[in-house]
Design a protein around this ligand. Structure first.
Ligand code: SAM
Length: 530
């Protein structure tokens, strides 16, 4: 399915369609909200329903419902088979009540919060939240609100913990786990099921913990769970008790820097010397489009919550004497930072090498970084002609004819299995330096054959000290000009015969030729890896 256009801004796209799509983004949500509110997807189980059957149950007009179902079909949530409307695999897995991975409660919580987004301008003026729950809220309303909130958290945490567990599989976790701001307890429950030698303490506010207990009752883990009513903003009532594992999942975005500093300090103090701290949350570096909007969501809906940069969190951890990993992305919109008093503990984590490298490289400031199979790198003879006929830099050091020919590049690619395609922008020299840094990161991550191609003629020295006309010296192979920066200089993708447009297209990214209207220049670099 095509990604929804408003999720990805392309600076080379000058059509107004992007604005139109942004304008209507809420239509997509409204359709989903209504379908989930009606519990339409559960109704369609097990084998679909006809238009008339659905209209009868929902008590709505058939012709209007038909139009609504068409929209759901287009969004990929419903499909039509003869006269039956059925759930797609996505809807069947996440939108049918009673399924383990049901997300309906989370979607309805988002619907509830959507109404507060109307306050955005007022929040910006006031510098924070403007609508608050009533000071004297009816206890039943409060209890129902907490329950709805925890059901929403539960939907999400059940899925996130399954993404997280494979990373700690190599460490036979045992002893005591502390889940701070445990919510429904789904995170802790996932760990308890996977590691039978663990027991857990679930810490949350007293009135929330009553609901936590209710969620945990159905999980058959009662004999391995204790509950600790506490306020994380105060000294944690643990005395000198230390834990082997501490989880802060979706907690730090709830508070401002001062409170989060306190929470991290308390967690560091409560950790065994060989313990592991797991911080799961939104981070600005991971999935930035979502992170910055979630940050606004916190501005509107919490007192002083916000989304943190992983750099800020890691610095805090460092100041508390903890080593930490970089941000490890989950397959979804959140990421994890692992921290420990002893660096060795982190060595045992089964962290995907590519994911770690990607996290480091994205932090260098590329707009995009994407792994592609080496077969997706397209090398063409015509590219060399473009350099030879039509480029002022032909003959410059590290450009044709002193850069690898298409034939040589094709041969070299046989030594590699994958590549990392990097998207950035001018100034060219800055981009080239970043590509070099990325190559260095890849080397340090263990990709010893990492080799970078950047964009444009070499711009490391300005002006280039190698005289174009005279005084040309050749290296042992006799092809490359000797330059004072030979250790750092690399060929450009295009200079090595790589068809950048086609390679970018194959990677699922976009690159347009420049026109009067569209003057935004994109640079692409490539790092070959094995
Ligand atoms: C966004 S939820 C996350 C729940 C759970 N960790 C998860 O990942 O699903 C934040 C949790 O932190 C708890 N919490 C917030 N402020 C707290 C405080 N001051 N003391 C204790 N718990 C708190 C909330 O009650 C809620 O259960």
């Amino acid at each position: 399915m095509r990604p929804l256009p408003y999720l990805k801004y392309d600076p080379q796209d000058t059509s107004p369609q992007y604005l139109e799509d942004l304008t209507c983004a809420y239509w997509f949500s409204e359709v989903l909200f209504s379908a989930v509110e009606w519990d339409l997807f559960t109704l369609l189980e097990p084998e679909g329903k006809s238009l008339e059957e659905i209209a009868q149950v929902l008590k709505v007009s058939s012709p209007a419902l038909k139009r609504f179902l068409e929209a759901l079909c287009t969004l990929g949530l419903v499909s039509r088979y003869r006269d039956l409307f059925c759930n797609t695999a996505m809807a069947q897995k996440y939108l049918v009540k009673g399924k383990e991975s049901y997300l309906g409660d989370s979607i309805l919580w988002r619907r509830f919060l959507a109404s507060h987004w109307g306050d955005l301008k007022a929040c910006l003026k006031a510098g924070g939240r403007v609508s608050f729950p009533p000071a004297e809220e009816d206890p039943r309303c409060l209890s129902s609100r907490i329950h709805k909130f925890l059901r929403a958290m539960d939907n999400v945490a059940k899925i996130k913990v399954q993404e997280l567990l494979p990373m700690v599989e190599e460490i036979p976790l045992k002893g005591e786990l502390l889940d701070v701001g445990a919510g429904s307890g789904a995170m802790a429950a996932g760990f308890l099921r996977r590691f039978p030698s663990l027991t857990a303490t679930l810490l949350d506010l007293p009135h929330v913990l009553e609901h936590t207990k209710e969620f945990m009752r159905g999980r058959n883990l009662e004999d391995r769970v204790k509950y600790l009513p506490a306020n994380v903003l105060e000294a944690w009532p643990l005395k000198e008790h230390k834990f082997n594992v501490i989880i802060l999942s979706n907690l730090i975005h709830t508070y401002g820097e001062e409170e989060v500093s306190h929470i991290l300090a308390q967690a560091a103090f409560a950790l065994q010397d060989d313990g592991l701290l797991i911080i799961h949350d939104f981070f600005l570096e991971h999935y930035p489009e979502k992170a910055v909007l979630f940050d606004l969501n916190m501005l509107i809906n919490t007192y002083n919550g916000k989304v943190y940069s992983s750099e800020w969190v890691r610095q805090k951890l460092l100041s508390l004497g903890l080593s930490s990993t970089e941000t490890i992305p989950l397959g979804t919109d959140t990421a994890v930072i692992f921290a420990a008093p002893q660096e060795d503990t982190l060595m045992n984590l089964a962290l995907d090498l590519k994911a770690r490298l990607l996290a480091k490289i994205k932090k260098l400031g590329f707009r995009e970084a994407r792994f592609i199979p080496v077969e997706a790198v397209k090398v063409s003879e015509w590219v060399a002609w473009r350099c030879r006929f039509g480029c002022d830099h032909y003959g410059s050091p590290h450009c044709p004819p002193y850069s690898p020919s298409p034939k040589e590049t094709r041969e070299i690619l046989k030594d590699y299995t994958q590549a990392l395609l990097l998207e950035g922008e001018p100034p060219t020299r800055d981009f080239q330096l970043k590509v070099l840094e990325a190559e260095g990161e890849a080397m340090r991550a263990g990709f010893y054959k990492a080799f970078a191609f950047w964009a444009g003629p070499c711009s490391l020295c300005q002006p280039c000290p190698v005289d174009k006309e005279g005084n040309i010296r050749y290296n042992a192979v006799g092809r490359t000009r000797i330059c004072p920066n030979a250790q750092k200089a690399r060929p450009s993708m295009e200079g090595a015969g790589i068809d950048v447009f086609e390679t970018v297209r194959r990677a699922g990214l976009s690159l347009k030729t420049l026109s009067e209207e569209n003057r935004f220049i994109k640079h692409f670099g490539l790092i070959l890896l094995k």
